[in-house]
Design a protein around this ligand. Structure first.
Ligand code: CTP
Length: 403
């Protein structure tokens, strides 16, 4: 099933040239399975044709004239009351002022007044207009009423000047909408700590010992937890991935840094999901200077790196209510993984056979077996890492309910 299937999103578009970027957003949302209805002001329709939106969404792109058609008395109520999220992007200073004062003089503002979901508003305007006290005070009013103000960003403006006033990019708007859709989900009010990526242990200032973890499974877990409304702390070793919108991202490099960050984050956490590939060994005495080739091949002595889950298991107070570990195995998957459940006091372990094709490091798919502390086991078929993450989070929800 696609991510946003069954979600109905209303996109309000006002008269800023950034409206062309909302076409991309409308397309992204539609591809993710959402039903997207567009409501445009008269000036927005001068910049981008309603037909453009209709073409990418396959649904309505309404303008003021539609308010006065035969079934007009229901259109704004339909759109306002049946949406799961309502985003106005771009939102001009004029529309923001109207919203702040409860004006309803066009289809968009009348629909906004009728909406039952809190509005998301992405301002786009000239820097001076944005900085103006009137606009600032209107935005404060909207925020006080529970609306979410997204941006604006800094950079090149349509006026040719640079400053704060650019609408944020469609990718961020997509992430923020996703966050809004997740609020009120089965993990809302819960704090979930997720670790991801492979740690790096220095040999000298240039070289490191690391592993092949890409971080993809951990990042997917963070996203899946956000989608269920959790507040998520993502503790990440270096990766090339963009953090999901809405996570509290803590960047670490070594196993020791990961341990400190995890101990800090789990104190009031409901769940810790340790997807990171943490080093088991590290150079005992990393060199402060770059090791020179001319000095010959160095002998590197290794020592044990801290075991993060082992340390969390041993803390007397402040442990997370639930702990999920991962086991990357190349042989005796179940036996080795079960041994880790008891050694690390886990409620659930996610075991993956790293020799399995299309699974494990760097792949976009994974094939895992879930093993519960009480002896239950469930083998999952090959699926995307986000689907694996959703399955794991469903188990986390169940386990937390039973606690
Ligand atoms: N882990 C950890 N700290 C370490 C190593 C691993 O917290 N220094 C966590 C991993 O994040 C994972 C679980 O422990 O959730 C199991 O990791 P894995 O590497 O499979 O097992 P190890 O305990 O390191 O044992 P081995 O490498 O011998 O299989």
């Amino acid at each position: 099933m696609k991510l946003l299937t069954n979600k109905h999103i209303v996109l309000g578009i006002t008269g800023s040239i950034a409206a062309y970027k909302t076409v991309t957003l409308a397309s992204m949302l539609t591809k993710a399975g959402a039903r997207v209805d567009v409501v445009m002001t008269e000036s927005a329709a001068k910049l981008v044709a309603p037909l453009t939106f209709r073409s990418v969404t396959g649904r309505g792109a309404y303008v003021d004239d539609d308010l006065w058609q035969s079934d007009s008395h229901v259109l704004h109520i339909e759109l306002g009351q049946k949406n799961d999220a309502f985003l106005i992007a771009p939102a001009t200073a004029n529309t923001i002022a109207k919203l702040a004062h409860g004006l309803a003089d066009n289809l968009l503002t009348v629909t906004a007044l009728a909406s039952r979901t809190p509005l998301l508003v992405a301002p786009a305007m000239d820097g001076g207009m944005y900085a103006n006290t009137a606009t600032q005070s209107n935005l404060e009013t909207l925020a006080e009423r529970g609306m979410t103000i997204i941006g604006p960003a800094e950079g090149h403006l349509a006026s040719g000047l640079a400053g704060k006033g650019r609408m944020v990019e469609p990718e961020e708007l997509f992430g923020r909408l996703r966050l809004a859709l997740g609020s009120g989900g089965s993990l809302s009010g819960r704090k979930v700590v997720v670790t991801a990526g492979g740690t790096r242990e220095p040999i000298d200032p240039v070289r490191v010992i690391t592993n092949r973890s890409s971080g993809k499974q951990g990042y997917a877990l963070a996203q899946a937890a956000l989608d269920l409304g959790a507040s998520v702390c993502l503790i990440s070793a270096p990766t090339c991935l963009a953090a999901p919108f809405g996570v509290e991202l803590v960047r670490v490099t070594t196993a020791a840094e990961m341990l400190t960050a995890v101990l800090d984050a789990v104190e009031n956490a409901d769940a810790l999901i340790m997807a990171a590939a943490v080093a088991d060994f590290r150079p005992a005495d990393p060199s402060g200077e770059k090791i020179k080739k001319a000095d010959g091949i160095p002998g590197i002595t290794l020592e044990a790196a801290p075991d993060v889950l082992g340390t969390v298991a041993a803390i007397p107070q402040g442990r997370p209510r639930l702990t999920v570990g991962f086991a990357a195995e190349s042989q005796n998957l179940s036996r080795n993984a079960r041994a880790k459940i008891s050694a690390k006091k886990l409620d659930l372990i996610v075991a993956n056979d790293i020799t399995s094709p299309q699974a494990g490091f760097d792949a976009d798919t994974n094939r895992v077996t879930l093993l519960w502390a009480d002896g239950r086991a469930r083998e999952l078929p090959l699926m995307s890492k986000l689907e694996v993450a959703e399955q794991i989070l469903d188990v986390v929800v169940d386990l937390l309910e039973d606690l």
